[in-house]
Ligand binder design. Structure first.
Ligand code: AMP
Length: 550
């Protein structure tokens, strides 16, 4: 190892602890706002590591979280990876059957769980105890444990009395440090492992001016959940830069976000468009001081142009970024290139609505159906392929799924893009057949299979239709069987899906059609359906209020 030390996460924290022991970490929790500094944070991560060691967990094992964004979740970030163990952040908003599949697939040994997610987790465990067979302890994120059948201990009792220093091992850079599942494509969710080196490289790339650098001047508030690709890596990069951290806690409402921005002086925050649409409405109706806020990062779905204008008018730079679970996640950022900075506002705006410029350290290609590169003319389109030190080359324990998604070390993103003369990528379509509602995936194929298992359904196709607040919502197109009662079909099928899936998965409308159009190879022609039904009105009263809350 010519460099003298492996590329791991640990030095980011030890530097922050040495240089910024008094810089704050602020967390909104169900017990109120908790406030401490990097000094105490480092002590508590050591206590956590000691507690895990003593209880027999660690080296090479997978420890899971089922939590919102708060300081205890952040303690697992450096605490678990620093021991040489792997932090598996489970998405608690997923349907139970996905949570069960994921827990089973990952063989997690322990789960850190929020009080508010405890009933959801209990339900998943109850429904299929075997899938949690490898888990022998649940740690509830708080001072006490509510009534539960699970073998649970409170986080604070777990770490209490443990030494505040830990003999952190030198972990090899190839060691898996993180694991996150994506439901972004067909079939079962797929795990993406992040090695220490991948997370190190991603952090260093984020810290370049071409990405989303954070320094000791910054106050960073990741609203994007810590169960979504490590909150886009911000907890690591904020630590690397010595920034103050602000964690918005369980189910933050726009009023909570506005208050934290004002009171904590947040300079950078990040999340999916749905979150910022909520904040925009709030800002229009209330007197909110956004003067500290310099950058607002939008990703996960496309940033609407009106949103960029809204924040520009308030002197907040909206930074549009693209990424995937497979890319750890940041892949491109829509900064305005130096030679375009003098261009008029509309020209610059047009660049900023695109998904942006590939970040330093990654390579990309855009290829047509035949695998040939498309010209960079802003019009020709093809599939985006990326590769780089923090882009995965396989899925966890899924060689079958891996083959189709990687070519020559490049990840096939499933995003159909154009590249303009200046190198800006713009997503124009998705090759993958999925729906993204409020930043969370809904598998259209899974819903179709479920619908087609119903007696009243001969054929069913589910597509995403554009929606202002959630970006997309599912619409079901159904060919009924001869004896189906079409008058009650909509209600019957929505109840049926609702009994198996969370409310936000239930199609907002069920439209009866004569036939599902097919492609030449006999597959459902989703593209044709998306075009035909793009304007189909959803039944507004049905669109759930908390569809995929982020
Ligand atoms: P995930 O793995 O859940 O992070 O989802 C990744 C996918 O989300 C990408 O492949 C895109 O389809 C979509 N996505 C991410 N960022 C953007 C963006 N800025 N604009 C449009 N779609 C995006």
């Amino acid at each position: 190892m010519p460099g003298g030390a492996p590329q791991t996460l640990r030095p980011f924290l030890s530097r922050a602890e040495q240089l910024y022991p008094e810089t704050e970490i602020v967390s909104r929790t169900h017990e109120g706002v908790v406030r401490y500094d990097y000094g105490e944070y480092a002590d508590r991560t050591a206590q956590l590591a000691n507690a895990l060691d003593e209880a027999g967990y660690g080296d090479g094992e997978r420890l899971a979280t089922f939590c919102w964004n708060h300081h205890r979740h952040f303690e697992t970030y450096f605490g678990v990876s620093g021991m040489g163990a792997q932090l598996h952040t489970i998405n608690p908003l997923l349907p139970d059957k996905h949570v069960q599949y994921i827990a089973d697939d990952a063989d997690d040994r322990l789960v850190f769980v929020d009080q508010s997610f405890l009933p959801k987790l209990e339900g998943a465990v109850d429904g299929d105890p075997d899938s949690f067979g490898s888990v022998d302890r649940y740690v509830v994120m708080g001072e006490s444990v509510p009534e539960t059948d699970l073998d649970a201990v409170a986080y604070e009792s777990f770490v209490e009395g443990q030494p505040t220093s830990y003999d952190w091992p030198t972990v090899e850079e190839e060691r898996p440090a993180g694991l996150c599942y994506t439901s972004g494509t067909t079939g079962q969710p797929k795990g993406v492992e992040y090695t220490q080196q991948m997370l190190w490289a991603h952090t260093m790339a984020l810290q370049t001016p071409q990405a989303l650098p954070l320094s000791d001047d910054d106050v960073a508030m990741p609203v994007v959940p810590m169960f979504h690709v490590n909150a886009w890596g911000l907890p690591f990069s904020a630590t690397a830069g010595g920034a103050k951290h602000v964690y918005p806690g369980p189910q933050p409402e726009p009023a909570d976000l506005a208050r934290l921005i004002e009171e904590e002086g947040v300079t950078l925050t990040a999340g999916v468009p749905t979150v910022w649409l909520g904040l925009m409405e709030y800002v229009k109706e209330h007197d909110v001081d956004l003067s500290s806020l310099e950058r607002l990062v939008v990703g996960g779905s496309a940033a609407p142009e009106a949103m960029i204008r809204f924040f520009d008018d308030r002197d907040v730079e909206l930074v549009h970024a693209w990424g995937m679970t497979e890319t750890a996640p940041v892949g491109s950022v829509a900064h305005v290139k130096a030679d375009l900075r003098d261009a008029d506002y509309e020209t610059r705006l047009q660049k900023r609505t695109k998904q942006g410029l590939i970040v330093p350290g990654l390579e990309f290609r855009v290829v047509d159906d035949g695998g040939d590169p498309v010209p960079h003319d802003g019009e020709s389109f093809g599939e985006l392929l990326v590769r780089g030190p923090w882009v995965t080359t396989e899925y966890f324990a899924r060689p079958d799924a891996s083959e189709a998604e990687f070519t020559d070390g490049y990840l096939r993103t499933g995003d159909i893009v154009t590249v303009d003369e200046d190198g800006y990528l713009q997503i124009v379509d998705r090759a993958k057949d999925v729906i993204k509602s409020g930043g969370e995936w809904i598998s259209s194929q899974e819903l179709e299979n479920e619908l087609m298992a119903h007696d009243a359904v001969a054929e069913a196709a589910v597509i995403g239709v554009p929606h202002e607040r959630w970006q997309e919502r599912p619409l079901a197109l159904v060919v009924p069987t001869d004896d189906a009662d079409t008058d009650t079909l909509d209600e019957t099928l929505r109840d049926y899906i609702g009994s198996e899936y969370p409310t936000w998965w239930v199609p907002d409308n069920v439209v009866v059609i004569d036939e599902v159009p097919k492609t030449a190879t006999g597959k459902f022609d989703k593209k044709a359906l998306r075009e035909e039904y793009a304007e189909e009105s959803l039944v507004e009263g049905r669109v759930p209020d908390d569809a995929a809350p982020e």
